[in-house]
Design a protein. Sequence first.
Length: 110
Amino acid sequence: MSNSSNPITPLTPAQVVAEEKQAAKEGFVERSLVAIDECADTLLGGPPDETISTRAAIDSEDGRGLSKAVGKIVSAGLDIFQKDHGAKAAAGDLERAQAEQKIVRSSGIA
């Protein structure tokens, strides 16, 4: 955590690349857990294909009122288990979205 008013520490470009590479090689178990996480986030009102961790990190930065407060609390809690968790989760979400976009575009159907 950087400070109490801004708990999300942005990743450097090199860190983003490293996190995206890690997400790109996730196995079945990791992908299944991410799918459950994304489903839970969607059921809680978040957009599809976004994890709870990413949503909390974004809300802690850009949210208003209760969503901002909850985002800060969730992000701070997750940082106990993994430093910069929200930013790392966002990099993983970004990698998965880009990989799917590449698959769809190369298929020629869209």
